[in-house]
Design a protein around this ligand. Structure first.
Ligand code: PLP
Length: 345
């Protein structure tokens, strides 16, 4: 499919001349740096970080098997979400399409950018109807947001439906794969180069256990990545994040081990939850959390708070009536949870 990303862009973004930092204008080796008004003392914190995150990007490129030109690194995946609105959506005029229920940040970013969101409900069993999503597209729709596995429902969306949307929509399709390391077979990343309008979001906050470092990724065609890079804050990833992430990314084995334990624990917890008389339904999960429908969600939530265990009350969310969203913890944490719930029988 032929999509001209340039004509999709807001005019001011198309014409934008990005800030050029001192380190952009000289990137070779030197002994004395007097170009950025840095302080010569307090080494190494005195230096600005690499605005292009070259070393970290190369590492991510190796891990994900994606060219560096197709990678954007941000302050969490929340950063590329906001940048996509700023790049493509004219405030007060354009709109985006999003499924309902889904991750709350798309709506927050839309609201801060004064962009309308056309919500399309997923089905009762949390599946995606491509035609329904496409029917919500208006002449001013610039982005469709999909989330797979979806939050808070936990399930991966049907791949064929996602591909139909990407192949049909004449705008940007964002597929948020924050939980993809828990079901890698569902990722679209290997097919990225087939779809110039596809933006895949991933993060190091979940399976990699780096939520505190704030490091998210967007994968897309070179044109889209160039735009995001031009409009980001020049130093969006600080030195500590870049260095620590590089170090932790050297240990992919630990991540795989954690995922394995979490998936095993998820199955045990699901079986356990199903035995509780106060549980109505445990929804199937492809992620590191499960959505559990219970008779008295407020009561159980409050009981767990009193036991110093915090879960997420999603009972007022569309299609999630009576539901608590429960993250899979360590075996020890999960035992504390089930011991507390056992006392409720
Ligand atoms: C947790 C989560 C993220 C991660 O956001 P970061 O800003 O990278 O921490 C993104 N999308 C969804 C759907 C999530 O649940």
């Amino acid at each position: 499919m032929n999509i001209d990303i340039n004509t999709l862009l807001r005019e001011n973004i198309r014409n934008l001349k990005p800030y050029s930092s001192a380190r952009d204008e000289f990137s070779g080796d030197a002994a004395v740096f007097l170009d950025a008004n840095e302080n010569p003392y307090n080494i190494p914190w005195n230096r600005y970080p690499d605005p292009h995150q070259r070393i970290l990007k190369k590492k991510v490129s190796e891990i994900k098997n994606i060219n560096v030109q197709n990678i954007f690194l941000g302050n969490g995946s929340d950063e590329p979400i906001d940048l996509l609105f700023r790049a493509f959506c004219e405030p007060g005029r354009d709109d985006v399409v999003s499924i309902n229920p889904t991750y709350g940040m798309y709506k927050v970013a839309a609201d801060t950018n004064d962009i309308r969101v056309n919500l399309v409900s997923i089905s009762e069993d949390f599946n995606l109807d491509a035609d329904l999503v496409l029917s919500a597209v208006t002449p001013h729709s610039k982005i469709i947001f999909l989330c797979s596995p979806n939050n808070p429902t936990g399930n991966a969306l049907n791949k064929d439906s996602i591909l139909k949307i990407i192949n049909t929509f004449k705008g940007i399709v964002v597929v948020d794969e924050a939980y993809i390391d828990f079901c890698p077979e569902n990722s679209l990343l290997a097919d990225l180069d087939k779809y110039p309008n596809l933006v895949i979001l991933q993060t190091f906050s979940k399976a990699w256990g780096m939520a505190g470092l704030r490091l998210g990724m967007a994968f897309a065609s070179e044109l889209v990545i160039d735009v995001l890079s031009r409009i980001k804050y020049p130093y969006n990833l600080n030195i500590l994040t870049q260095q620590k992430a590089l170090e932790l990314l050297g240990d992919e084995k630990s991540m795989r081990g954690w995922v394995e334990i979490i998936l095993k624990e998820r199955e045990l917890l699901v079986e356990k939850f199903k035995t509780y008389p106060f549980v109505i339904k445990v929804y199937p999960s492809d992620s590191n959390f499960v959505l559990v429908q219970v008779y008295d969600p407020r009561g159980i939530y409050q009981y767990l708070v009193d036991e110093k265990i915090i879960v997420r009350d999603r009972s007022s969310v569309a299609l999630c009536e009576g539901c608590l969203r429960i993250s899979i913890g360590s075996p020890e944490e999960n035992a504390i949870l089930t011991e507390a719930l056992d006392k409720l029988i």
